[in-house]
Design a protein around this ligand. Structure first.
Ligand code: FAD
Length: 315
């Protein structure tokens, strides 16, 4: 970001700004470099004005959720990273409709907190999100989920901000959800609504416990990771094959590059220790892709989102 922007760009906006912000350390990997600026708007209006200004001045910006699916390169990233963690972006509210109970969640709300809130209220519909660290916005953007379902199952609408800061609402029918992706033209998801069903809280709580126990038994939840590193590849018959199994069958469990290694518990998890760098993870992922391709002819696609100043790194 040119020096002249630093002094004038944010001056009149209701935002908190940190220059040369260590955003890599804000991800679940806890590795990687800086962004030119981390900006925390104090209202949706301030966020809207910020987007318009970025658009008019051609300053790149990205949005950071909980950082659970992100790898930030050691050399950092250009432009602004927006973090929606002021209270106004974390609120949830409920109201009764003909279809059930509607949950309106701002995109900065924490998924685990929101899930437990719905369980306490005896509301079913978010249990598939058990054990998935996320903000509401990040979960919608990634269409987070797994064998128990995904976030789009109970989603009704999302409200977004366009690149020029206008509010736009989409119903679920107008959004293309895919496997670990959603096609949303706007850069920022501001809030989402879900339809939940009233149920006895005890069986919902039991379901959450069951899913969590299953995840704990097969995923390295105590280690630093970004969940599954690669998407499960699509087979010609339309089903998906386990990327973890492909990596395991290639004999790669336990393989390390520097402080990054393939988890011995789940071969699709790359875990890092305190000495790891983002390049270790990038290089390890490249090796995995090459070895699996050599053995099976299958190309593994990243599930982890990578941010870098170097366009070559983002594949
Ligand atoms: C231990 C562990 C287990 C996991 N298990 C699963 C699992 O079972 N299933 C699964 O799907 N994922 C899993 N993940 C990955 C991760 O939890 C999900 O991808 C989650 O949706 C990421 O949400 P986030 O808020 O952390 O997004 P981030 O990682 O911060 O960002 C991910 C992407 O979403 C974008 N984004 C974030 N917020 C917004 C917003 N408000 N508007 C627009 N775009 C936004 C970011 O720009 C980025 O492109 C796991 C991760 C870990 C660490």
């Amino acid at each position: 970001m040119p020096a002249r922007f630093r002094s004038t760009f944010f001056g009149d906006l209701d935002v908190d700004v940190t220059f040369d912000a260590p955003i890599g350390k804000m991800t679940h990997f806890v590795i990687g470099g800086q962004a030119d600026a981390l900006v925390r708007p104090r209202s949706a209006d301030a966020l809207s004005l910020l987007l318009r200004r970025c658009h008019d001045s051609q300053v790149p910006f990205r949005v950071l959720g909980n950082g659970a699916n992100l790898l930030v390169d050691d050399i950092g990233i250009d432009g602004i990273v927006v973090k929606l963690d002021h209270d106004c972006f974390k609120q949830t509210r409920y109201h009764t409709t003909d279809q059930g109970e509607a949950l309106h969640a701002m995109s900065g709300a924490d998924m685990a907190t929101t899930l437990m809130e719905t369980v306490r209220h005896g509301l079913d519909g978010l249990t598939a999100m058990t054990g998935i660290p996320a903000s509401i916005g990040g979960a919608v953007r990634m269409n987070a989920g797994g064998k128990y379902g995904c976030i789009s199952d109970t989603l009704d609408t999302i409200t977004c901000l366009s690149t020029t800061g206008e509010l736009i609402t989409h119903t679920k029918q107008n959004i293309q959800f895919g496997y670990r992706e959603s096609r949303i033209a706007e850069p920022i998801i501001l809030s989402a609504t879900f339809t939940l069903q009233h149920c006895d809280p005890i069986p919902i709580r039991d379901k959450v416990k069951e899913i969590f126990a299953w995840k704990k038994s097969c995923q390295p939840l105590a280690d630093s990771s970004a969940g599954c590193a690669f998407k499960n590849p699509l087979l010609p018959d339309g089903t998906r094959m386990s990327a973890g199994k492909l990596i395991d069958n290639a004999g790669l469990k336990g393989l390390s590059v520097g402080g990054a290694s393939i988890s011995k518990q789940h071969a699709n998890f790359i875990v890092t220790n305190a000495n790891a760098t983002a390049r270790n993870v990038i290089d390890l992922m490249q090796t995995v892709r090459e070895r699996v391709k050599d053995k099976t002819q299958i190309h593994l696609q990243n599930e982890v989102v990578t941010w870098s100043r170097d366009p070559e790194v983002i594949r």
